[in-house]
Design a protein around this ligand. Structure first.
Ligand SMILES: Cc1cc2nc3c(=O)[nH]c(=O)nc-3n(C[C@H](O)[C@H](O)[C@H](O)COP(=O)(O)O)c2cc1C
Length: 184
């Protein structure tokens, strides 16, 4: 049932990943789900850069050095996490979106569509027993120094992927849907 898959999806973090590899076919299946997100005017704004294999090491080094060079309050622990997490993951998908200059949709609509694409990936991964989470550190604004971005393209974060052992904890929500809904 889709409602069960939705409720059972969890943010699964690098500390929880085991060392099992994720195949290219599995990554492709997850990406394919992204491509079926809805979009206003069919702009399909999501763009992805996939770090799968040795390239993950370079990504970690870039993130750590960028953090070191730009942070106002440096922490050795955070620096080490930026190096380690992209390698603990068995794939890191850089989440980007590109505005369509012809359609001139508001930016929020393109970001909303891209977030829906990420949710599709997250649900697909969850059903495949692959853990994932969306990481959005402040340094994503420097990603154009590391990967080529097209005109109007911007990074929204990283989707870390890794397999895990055992069961995931049950999710929690602070308030019920009734408390967030007004029936008119
Ligand atoms: C847009 C977005 C950005 C996020 N960025 C971070 C992040 O930078 N660090 C983090 O620990 N979790 C991040 N998360 C994951 C949330 O912490 C997680 O989804 C939330 O705690 C709810 O848990 P659940 O996904 O297991 O239901 C992000 C989630 C979203 C949707």
């Amino acid at each position: 049932m889709i409602s069960e898959i939705i409720k059972n999806r969890r943010a699964v973090f690098p500390a929880q990943y085991n060392n099992q590899p994720i195949s290219k076919e599995e990554v492709l299946a997850i990406l394919e789900s992204a491509n079926w997100a809805p979009t206003h005017k069919r702009t399909e704004p999501w763009r992805f850069k996939v770090f799968h294999g040795l390239s993950q090491i370079g990504l970690g080094k870039f993130l750590a050095e960028t953090y070191k060079n730009t942070s106002e309050k440096f922490s050795e622990n955070t620096y080490n996490k930026f190096i380690e997490n992209p390698v603990k993951a068995k794939c890191v998908i850089v989440i980007c979106f590109q505005r369509d200059p012809k359609e001139s949709l508001p930016e929020w609509e393109e970001i909303a569509s891209t977030a829906m694409a990420v949710q599709n990936m997250w649900l697909a991964a969850s059903e495949m027993k692959i853990g994932g989470y969306w990481s959005s550190p402040g340094i994503i604004k420097y990603m154009d120094k590391f990967v080529q971005m097209e005109e109007g393209e911007r990074c929204l974060g990283f989707f870390y992927l890794g397999k895990y052992d055992g069961e995931l904890p049950e999710g929690t929500r602070k308030t019920s849907i009734e408390e967030k809904t007004v029936w008119m």
